[in-house]
Design a protein around this ligand. Structure first.
Ligand SMILES: *[C@@H]1O[C@H](CO)[C@@H](O)[C@H](O)[C@H]1NC(C)=O
Ligand SMILES: *[C@@H]1O[C@H](CO)[C@@H](O)[C@H](O)[C@H]1NC(C)=O
Ligand SMILES: *[C@@H]1O[C@H](CO)[C@@H](O)[C@H](O)[C@H]1NC(C)=O
Length: 751
């Protein structure tokens, strides 16, 4: 059955094109071959493309010899059994963005030659046991960006040729034992950006060829050394952005061929001297952005060449002497800087001599010890005991999966939170019920819970202590409820909470008082509420906050000082609010801010130095759709060293100064502005000509230049004074600027 919405305007065109390009014989055959409506068929190369056509099923009449089939951007929802059995020659199948919720057992049966299967960006929550059966030649499987919460052991059993498996950006909390069994050729396994807090000891068994494992951006609180050591051949292990607080020899990391280990952006407060004693080939160890004030000389990794320590509060007192001596002796390159004592603050550790590192008694000023004590981070909250326990039975209205430790009572019309979940539940899904209010201790016996889903539950109130006992909770989803405030004690009992989702509620202020109970809060989502302003004190409780999302509120003002407590903030989203100016003074005190979104505010103009307080750290700046008519020459001064994307599209800019300081830009969007291409715009024209980027700036006036690219409109600028005399210089500048993106690319490749 054909459901394609359009007639076939395209195939004849393509046929004519092919007719012109190919010798007569094959072209004739192309014209006579079948091709489904809504698709483009290049039969000579075995390619069929049917993307973005709202197809609800796989079209029939696809030529049998097709090798590459592109169905991305349709509305298939489900892949039924044997959906492609008439296409035995397929090697590449693209099913991205198809709204897939289900892949039936045997869906890909008959695709014994398939090499690449792309299922990314769909809505898959689970993979049935036999969903991937029959794909014996598959080399690469993309499942990134789905909603997978659980993987069943055996799910990948049939994929004996698979080299790369990408499961990044899903919702995995737990990896059961033997889950990857059968993947005997897999070299790279991507599990980043999930919610993994536990790996079963045998979770990585059966991966003899694994060389690279990406586990960054998960919720590991302890190094799962035993599990990792199953992947004996690992050369590269990425564990950054996990809340690890300590690594020592007792974590039993035994990886004889490991060369590169990333443990950056964690919460490490200490490291045992023999933590990597069984990784003899370790060459690069990345410990950036942790909480280490010192580090013992590391025993074992005798080939260590690079130790990255930037972003740790290193204390350069006498305690650091052994570290420094070891770095020199072992010829390890290191990039840490001293946080204290005051006289050495900001010094690079490896430029110091051991004699610079002194303690009280060695003749230094009084008070350094107190300084040190004050600088030390708080002790981590204690870890819950790791007991093995049998699961309780499951509440009647719910489903509890013992293997994955997920319990779900989604959309059951519940009026109160049920009791009696297994006490080892890690993910509890209570979406779309009707709770109105959550009473104290609403979740008893769930000390292992990591992720709690309460979206769309008509919740108006969290009573004090509602979360009592949730000592392992990291994720709390309260989006799409009717909360307008949270009392001081509303969030007590969940001290590890890192991610709090409060979008689309009724907040008129940031619930600052309640945040005091959350010393580890990393990310706060308050989009699409009714917050009207940010005042001093609103964020006093959010000291650990790195990402703050306030898009789509009614903010008219951000007071100076309002953001001072959130010293480590990296992302600030203030887009779609009512700001009439850049809150420059409030940005002071945000030394780590890298992404600032101000799009969709009625800004009108940018003043000189508007971003100077964050000039050194800012990497991405969004000022699109902000009614900007005017940008003063010094508006971006101070910005530059790091800025790599700048969004100025869809404003009212008729003119714009050259943006000379911004040599590291990789993306600049100037589209949708009514530029007036006269001599006033000459500096911008010159700057764009020297830039090896597509900026999308187009002339709106004068009529003779309308529609031309500012960069290319030489005729509009040819008569300007200074045009000819500086042409030679421009050629030079062009060559220089053109080199920059190449340099950037290399740098990124290395990291
Ligand atoms: C697909 O559906 C959307 C929304 O119904 C519509 O806007 C779009 O034009 C459709 N695309 C095609 C190719 O039919
Ligand atoms: C879970 O419950 C079982 C029995 O009901 C018990 O033996 C076990 O200790 C409990 N575990 C935890 C962590 O409370
Ligand atoms: C600004 O531009 C970004 C990137 O193109 C886009 O994602 C965002 O929606 C835009 N914001 C507004 C308010 O238009």
């Amino acid at each position: 059955m054909q459901r394609a919405p359009f007639p076939r305007p395209v195939s004849p065109t393509i046929s004519v094109l092919l007719f012109l390009l190919l010798p007569l014989g094959p072209a004739w055959r192309v014209v006579t071959q079948r091709c489904p409506q809504a698709c483009l068929c290049d039969n000579s190369r075995g390619r069929v493309a049917c993307q973005h056509h709202n197809l609800t099923e796989v079209p029939d009449a696809i030529p049998e010899l097709t090798q590459r089939l592109d169905l991305q951007g349709n509305m298939l929802k489900a892949i039924p059994p044997a959906a492609f059995q008439d296409l035995p020659h397929l090697t590449h199948l693209d099913l991205r963005h198809c709204g897939l919720e289900l892949v039936a057992e045997g869906a890909f049966r008959g695709l014994g030659r398939l090499l690449l299967l792309n299922l990314a960006s769909n809505r898959l929550r689970a993979l049935p046991q036999e969903a991937l059966g029959g794909l014996g030649s598959l080399r690469r499987l993309e499942l990134e960006g789905n909603l997978l919460e659980e993987l069943r052991p055996g799910a990948f059993e049939a994929l004996g040729a698979l080299v790369t498996l990408n499961l990044a950006h899903n919702a995995l909390v737990y990896l059961p034992a033997m889950v990857f069994q059968g993947l005997v050729r897999t070299r790279w396994l991507q599990l980043s950006h999930n919610a993994l807090s536990v790996l079963a000891p045998e979770a990585l068994a059966g991966l003899p060829a694994l060389r690279r494992l990406s586990l960054h951006h998960n919720e590991l609180q302890a190094l799962p050394g035993a599990a990792l050591s199953q992947a004996r051949g690992l050369a590269r292990l990425e564990l950054g952005h996990n809340p690890l607080t300590y690594v020592g020899e007792e974590d039993e990391l035994v990886l004889p061929t490991l060369r590169e280990l990333r443990l950056d952006h964690g919460a490490l407060q200490a490291l045992g001297p023999r933590a990597f004693a069984h990784c003899p080939r370790l060459h690069t160890l990345d410990l950036r952005a942790n909480q280490l004030d010192t580090l013992p000389p590391l025993q074992g990794p005798g080939r260590l060449g690079s130790l990255r320590l930037q972003g740790n509060p290193l204390w350069c007192g006498c305690q650091a002497r052994p570290l420094l001596q070891w770095l020199v002796r072992a010829r390890v390159r290191s990039d840490g800087t001293c946080q204290g004592p005051r006289r050495l603050r900001g010094e690079a550790l490896d430029t110091l001599r051991p004699s610079d590192l002194r303690c009280p008694g060695d003749g230094v000023e009084e008070g350094e010890e107190e300084e040190l004590a004050a600088a030390r981070p708080r002790a981590p909250p204690s870890t819950p005991q790791d007991e093995e326990g049998a699961a309780w039975p499951c509440p009647r209205a719910c489903l509890c999966a013992a293997a994955t430790r997920h319990s779900s009572c989604e959309r059951r019309g519940l009026q109160a939170v049920p009791r009696g979940f297994p006490n080892d539940t890690q993910l509890l899904d209570l979406r779309q019920n009707h709770f109105a209010s959550l009473p104290p201790a609403a979740f008893p016996g769930l000390g292992r819970l990591v992720s709690l889903h309460l979206q769309h539950c008509s919740i108006r109130e969290l009573e004090a202590g509602a979360l009592a006992g949730l000592g392992s909770l990291i994720y709390l989803y309260l989006s799409d409820n009717q909360l307008s405030s949270l009392s001081t004690a509303a969030l007590e009992g969940a001290p590890r909470l890192g991610y709090l989702y409060l979008e689309r509620n009724l907040f008129a202020r940031v619930p600052g008082a309640a945040l005091h109970a959350l010393p580890s809060l990393f990310s706060l989502h308050l989009q699409d509420n009714s917050v009207g302003r940010l005042a001093p004190g609103d964020l006093a409780g959010g000291r650990a906050l790195r990402w703050l999302y306030l898009s789509g509120n009614r903010i008219v003002h951000v007071s100076p000082g309002a953001l001072d407590p959130v010293l480590e903030l990296e992302k600030l989203h203030l887009d779609r609010n009512q700001l009439r100016e850049v809150p420059t003074r409030a940005l002071e005190g945000l030394p780590a801010l890298s992404e600032l979104r101000l799009a969709g505010n009625p800004l009108k103009a940018l003043r000189d130095g508007a971003f100077r307080p964050v000039g050194h750290s800012l990497q991405q700046l969004f000022l699109n759709s902000s009614d900007l008519e005017q940008i003063s020459a010094g508006a971006f001064s101070g910005l530059g060293p790091r800025l790599h994307s700048l969004h100025l599209q869809r404003n009212q800019l008729k003119t714009l100064p050259a943006l000379s300081g911004l040599g590291q830009l990789q993306l600049i969007d100037l589209g949708g502005n009514p530029f007036r291409c006269d001599c006033q715009l000459l500096p911008l024209h010159r700057w764009l000509t020297g830039l090896n980027l597509e900026a999308g700036a187009t002339c709106a006036t004068p009529p003779s230049a309308r529609g031309q690219k500012v960069k290319a409109a030489a005729a509009a600028f040819g008569a300007c004074p200074g045009w000819a005399t500086r042409k030679a210089k421009r050629t030079l500048a062009h060559r220089w600027d053109a080199r920059i993106p190449v340099k950037v690319g290399k740098e990124r490749g290395r990291l």
